[in-house]
Each structure stands twice: as C-alpha cells, then as structure tokens.
Design a protein around this ligand. Structure first.
Ligand SMILES: Cc1cc2nc3c(=O)[nH]c(=O)nc-3n(C[C@H](O)[C@H](O)[C@H](O)COP(=O)(O)OP(=O)(O)OC[C@H]3O[C@@H](n4cnc5c(N)ncnc54)[C@H](O)[C@@H]3O)c2cc1C
Ligand SMILES: NC(=O)c1ccc[n+]([C@@H]2O[C@H](COP(=O)([O-])OP(=O)(O)OC[C@H]3O[C@@H](n4cnc5c(N)ncnc54)[C@H](O)[C@@H]3O)[C@@H](O)[C@H]2O)c1
Length: 443
C-alpha cells in the first residue's frame, strides 16, 4: 500500500492550495475527490455565477445610460448566456485534475472514508498518510418540509437550460440575493421569501435596506417574515404554501437557506474527529481533535466567512505549518465580502453596530452619487459608510453600496491590512478619474 506524506480530502480551492504548496516543497501528496475536480467555486459557485452576473452588470451599465448615448436596453438571451457559461465550467474538472498530475500530485477519484487514523478507504482501496487534511466543503441545506423533493438548489440554477417565467427563492442570504438579481435581470418574475425582516444579516442594516429597496424597484417581490410551509406539484408548476399568508404558483422553487458541511459518513466519529452541525472543530492551528488530522475551508466551524480566498489562505497556511516555515497560530487579515447584486454591496473590517456605536471610532456616511466617478455613468445609488479610529485616524472598516463597491473595498482592504494612514495614501499619485483617485477624499 502506498503511503503519502499528506492526503487531502477534497479538491476545492482550499485543498488545491494546500496540495500545490506542499508538493512544491517536495512532499508526497495525494488529493481525493468524490465529485467534480476543482470543487464548488469553479464548477457550481463563484465562477459560473460571475459569468452570469457579468452580463447583468453590462446590461445595468447600458440601462443607466439611456438617452445619454444609448436608446434601448438589450434583452439577455439566457440560452446563449448559459452556452457562454459552459465554455468556462465544462473544461474545469479535466483541467484541474491534469494540473495536479502535472505537478506530481496523485489524484484519487472516489469518496474517502476513514478506516483508522492513518488509513482511508476510497472505493475499497486503502491509502495511508502521516497527515490528512479535511477540505470537504459544504452542500446546500434543504428545508425539511412536505414537498422538499421539488426544491432546486444553486447548482440547479446555475445549469438551467431555460429561464423559468416565475421563480421563488427561499432564504435571504448571499445565494438568494445574487441569483434572484440575475433571474430578475434576465426576465423572470422573482419572489424571495425570508423568515424574518433582516436579510443579509452580516451586512450593514441601512445599506442592506437601500439595496433591497432598489431590487424591489427593479421588480423583485420580497416576502418578509415568510417561508415555505409545503410544496406541491400543480401540472408543470409548483404551489408554495407560505408559512403566514397565502401561496405562490411558480415554475421553479430554489432553497438557499444555508449550506451544510460535508462531514457525515466519513468514519470521523469512529476515529475521534469531533464535529458539529456548523463544521469540524479545529484549534488555532487548524488541527482537529485527532493530532494528525487537520481541516480547512468551508467544512470548518469558524467565525470567518466561508469564501474561496479564505479556504485558499487556510490551505497555504497548512502547507507552511507542515513544512515548518510557520509555527504560529493562523492569523487572518481583514476579510472583505460582497454581494454581487444590482448594485454591489461589499464590506470589510469593523462594520458591526458595536464598533459604530463606540466613541473611539468615527463613522462617516457618504452619498457618492454626485461624485464624477459615478455621475459620468449616471449611477444614482452609491453610498458608503466608513469607520476610522479617532486616535490614529486609521481606517478600520467600510461598507460600500454601488457598482464600484468591489474596487473600492479591495482598496480599503489593502489600507486596513497595511495600516495605511490617509496621508500615506495622499502621497501617492493615482490614475484620474478612477475609484482610486477618490480615495483621498473619502475619509
Ligand atoms: C452559488 C455559490 C456562489 C458562490 N460565490 C462565491 C463568490 O462569489 N466568492 C467567494 O469567495 N465564494 C463564493 N462561494 C463560496 C465558495 O464557492 C466556497 O467558499 C469555496 O468553494 C470553498 O472551498 P473549499 O475548498 O473549502 O470547498 P469546496 O470548493 O466545496 O470543495 C470541497 C470538495 O470536497 C469534495 N468532497 C467532499 N467530501 C468528500 C469525500 N468524503 N471524499 C472525497 N471528496 C470529498 C467535494 O466533492 C468538493 O469537490 C460561492 C458558493 C456558492 C454555492
Ligand atoms: N458573493 C459571495 O461571496 C458568495 C455568494 C454565494 C454564496 N457564498 C457562500 O455560500 C454561503 C451560503 O449561502 P446561502 O445564501 O445559502 O446561506 P446564508 O447563510 O448566507 O443565507 C441563508 C439565509 O436564509 C435564511 N433562512 C434560514 N432558514 C430560512 C427559512 N426557513 N425560510 C426563509 N429563510 C431562511 C437565513 O436567515 C439567511 O439569511 C454563504 O454564506 C457564503 O459563504 C458566497
């Protein structure tokens, strides 16, 4: 039986980062994958979503410039758009697997189950390693209600051949907001059910309300304090009985009420790896309750957001830890997050209510819609909330709502992580007129 230095279970962005970094340091590495090589992000997550969103963004930009150079808003052709998306997703599994093989990493296809602390079984073949990394990611959680078999998931949405005329999304998080916006922009009637009045809980409440207001104006129907009680099939459509009042008849219903870590039926209990509903328990070195088994990415129980760059960061950290170039606990920088909607909502750093209410911090609320950067594109909804520390003047957090929120928040992320004071930023010459040339006026 072949014994490896490290076996990584899961080939998503986290597992891949660890595998490449460990192999480049001369380790014997194997990666096990049960489904599509490359994991969630490039196959059924960030990348296909961003291809669809790219077309929505282009349409939004044209719509803003009506009678300012454009006289009509083009319609999105869903079938063509899905064809374009497939040019990205189709080659992913083959290319991702080939990349590993070309780097001398052994690829093992199948589902890994632990036999003992040193051995996994994949389709009845045994493999051993000195260390293991669990990088198994998450899958969509499906509400346990009568008719739950009729729910579609984000994976189904991202591979729909035809765009349904009428869609309901259950849940008010990242996935529902982003996919509802895409469907609405492509021409569907969209309903979104959220079980309380506070969707996107981790984002600034006032700017989230502004976003919801804008999406409502664009035609998305929000049903707050509502969820799905039962689903029944009615011919080719579905009836969604709402928990409080009434029902909806729609062509597709998608459940996006959160995601569950892939940890069950892997023999983890038997070997002493502890995990809970939200993920596997690890210490500040990403070590599980079994000394030689580590974990990373979306399958962790953690406070950091479950995102692609966070998984990759953890994969690279583990490679450094295993090769001895780092001994310290993992130290996360400020992590930016974004909703790719119309417009974008993004944030980084300290933006919570407690910080905002704390006298040590200054909070600036800005309406940027009249600034040249946005006005020349006739963008009407651009707002920012910027938090700085009074004593040092350093930026500590920011939320931005607007089409350029991604660019601005990335710049703020650099400033926060590098502790760049305003005078340092002002001492640089930036391209004008761009988002970056506004920096010195923002705080
Ligand atoms: C619709 C959608 C949109 C998203 N958009 C963004 C975005 O815009 N930006 C962003 O940063 N993040 C986004 N995310 C989140 C991002 O995709 C994840 O954070 C990221 O993929 C996590 O990487 P990972 O390596 O931890 O796990 P994953 O990418 O989920 O990979 C885990 C892999 O492990 C495999 N596996 C599981 N169990 C076993 C087993 N027992 N044996 C062998 N293999 C196994 C799985 O098949 C899977 O391939 C999105 C997610 C979704 C669903
Ligand atoms: N742009 C991005 O970075 C991006 C995009 C998509 C997904 N993701 C990742 O995927 C994860 C999962 O996304 P998600 O949207 O499924 O989960 P989520 O946790 O972000 O949101 C789920 C929402 O559903 C609500 N909900 C729970 N039960 C409900 C019920 N019975 N009825 C109605 N609403 C209910 C929750 O209150 C919550 O607001 C994200 O947390 C993120 O890690 C990231």
């Amino acid at each position: 039986m072949k014994r490896f230095d490290v076996i990584i279970i899961g080939s998503g962005p986290g597992g891949m980062a660890a595998a490449y970094d460990l192999a480049s340091e001369g380790n014997e590495v194997a990666v096990v994958e049960a489904d599509l090589w490359g994991g969630t992000c490039p196959n059924r997550g960030c990348d296909p979503k961003k291809v669809l969103y790219g077309v929505v963004e282009a349409k939004d930009n044209l719509a803003q410039l009506q009678n300012r150079g454009f006289n009509s808003v083009p319609k999105i052709n869903w079938a063509e758009l899905m064809g374009f998306k497939e040019t990205f997703t189709k080659p992913v599994p083959t290319e991702q697997k080939k990349g590993l093989i070309n780097s001398g990493i052994q690829t093992i296809t199948g589902r890994a189950v632990f036999k003992d602390k040193q051995t996994i079984l994949v389709e009845s073949t045994e493999y051993q390693a000195d260390k293991f990394i669990l990088a198994t990611g998450q899958r969509p959680a499906i509400l346990d209600i009568p008719g739950k078999e009729y729910f579609g998931t984000s994976t189904d949405f991202l591979s729909m051949k035809e765009l349904p005329a009428k869609i309901a999304f259950v849940g008010g998080g990242y996935i529902s907001l982003e996919l509802a916006n895409i469907a609405n922009s492509c021409g569907s009637e969209v309903h979104l059910l959220h079980h309380n009045q506070r969707p996107l809980k981790g984002f600034d409440e006032a700017l989230t309300s502004e976003l919801i207001g804008n999406l409502e104006q664009r035609g998305i129907h929000f049903h707050f304090n509502e969820s799905a009680e039962t689903l029944t099939k009615q011919g080719r459509q579905f009836k969604v009985e709402l928990t409080n009042q009434g029902s909806l008849i729609v062509d597709r219903v998608f459940c996006a009420t959160g995601r569950i870590p892939n940890l069950e039926n892997m023999g983890l209990e038997k070997i002493g790896v502890e995990y809970a509903h939200k993920g596997v328990n690890v210490n500040d070195h990403l070590q599980t309750t079994v000394e030689t088994i580590y974990a990373l990415g979306d399958c962790l129980q953690k406070n950091e957001p479950k995102l692609t760059p966070v998984s990759s960061f953890e994969g690279s950290y583990l490679a450094k830890l295993f090769t001895g170039s780092v001994q310290e606990a993992i130290d996360y920088p400020a992590i930016p997050t974004i909703i790719f909607s119309s417009p974008k909502l993004a944030q980084v750093g300290l933006t919570d209510d407690k910080t905002v209410a704390n006298d040590n911090y200054e909070v600036k609320e800005l309406d940027l819609s009249h600034w040249f950067t946005y006005k020349h594109l006739n963008e009407s909804l651009v707002k920012a909330k910027i938090v700085s520390e009074k004593a040092t003047g350093l930026l500590v957090g920011a939320t931005v709502l607007g089409n350029e929120a991604d660019q601005l928040i990335n710049l703020f992320t650099v400033m926060i992580n590098q502790k760049l004071a305003a005078n340092k930023v002002n001492s640089m010459i930036m391209l004008y007129p761009t988002v970056a040339s506004d920096l010195s006026y923002l705080y």
